[in-house]
Design a binder for this molecule. Structure first.
Ligand SMILES: [Zn+2]
Length: 243
């Protein structure tokens, strides 16, 4: 089981890579700075400064920014450029309401399906999540927690709904980073373990109830207010990048 998950917000992996491509690593570096509160929401991600920091050309930098935008971590504004996204309180509440609806339905269907391959997928993921927590890497924990929910959603074999969940999870990563005031943790790993056990033993009603409590718990830990943060200075916020 030598899989390395590409830790984009919504988990585009698993891919068998060691650290990913340069684009993957720059993506993760900027994502980490946003989730780790070093780059504040609303900060202008000036392309020329980023090209200099990462030592790459504009085309490659735009690929990174487009991927961040696809995961709703960055907003691309016509004629102005890229900015760290600033989710509002209303968006945050709506994202969690939608997640409760969709993920409740998907976990029920996964529990009713009970495919033997599910155990492998869920167990593999739990190992990755445990590693990130043991390493104390906050942004990796947020990304892998999101990834757990995606792996679980995929077990329902409902690709259209799972795609909506993917987008919601990506938005949640930024919401958690922006609005969780204590060290962001986002998900209780013991609850992930419990959710997996309920799905694998086919206890659909209990799984749905726990998913609802679990997502409400994450939302309850957020301090939702519409405060404005000052823009960050790119070079000092991003630090150095090991090529
Ligand atoms: Zn969770």
């Amino acid at each position: 089981m030598n899989k390395t998950f590409v830790d984009t917000a919504a988990g585009l992996g698993p891919k068998s890579i060691a650290g990913g491509t340069e684009i993957d690593r720059i993506y993760a570096h900027i994502f980490d700075a946003i989730v780790g509160h070093r780059l504040q929401p609303g900060t202008h991600l000036k392309e020329d400064e980023l090209c200099e920091i990462y030592g790459i050309g504009r085309t490659r930098m735009r690929t990174v920014l487009s991927r961040l935008a696809a995961d709703h971590v960055v907003e691309l504004v016509a004629n102005r450029g890229a900015f760290v996204a600033r989710p509002t309180v209303e968006e945050a509440r709506e994202v969690f309401r939608a997640r409760r609806l969709l993920e409740g339905d998907l976990i029920r269907r996964a529990a009713e399906r009970r495919d033997p391959a599910m155990r492998v997928a869920l167990e593999d993921h739990m190992v990755c999540e445990r590693e990130a927590r043991d390493a104390g890497d906050v942004s990796r924990v947020i990304r892998r927690c999101g990834r757990y929910h995606q792996v679980l959603a995929d077990q329902a074999e409902s690709p259209i709904m799972a795609r909506f969940v993917r987008e919601l999870i990506a938005r949640s990563s930024l919401i958690i980073a922006v609005y969780e005031t204590k060290a962001p943790d986002s998900c209780e790993i013991d609850e992930h373990r419990e959710l997996s056990d309920l799905v694998l033993s086919g206890k659909a009603d209990e799984a749905v109830a726990l998913m609802d409590r679990h997502l409400r718990g994450i939302e309850d830990r957020l301090v939702l207010d519409n405060r404005e943060a000052p823009q960050s200075e790119l070079i000092s916020s991003l630090g150095t990048f090991e090529r």
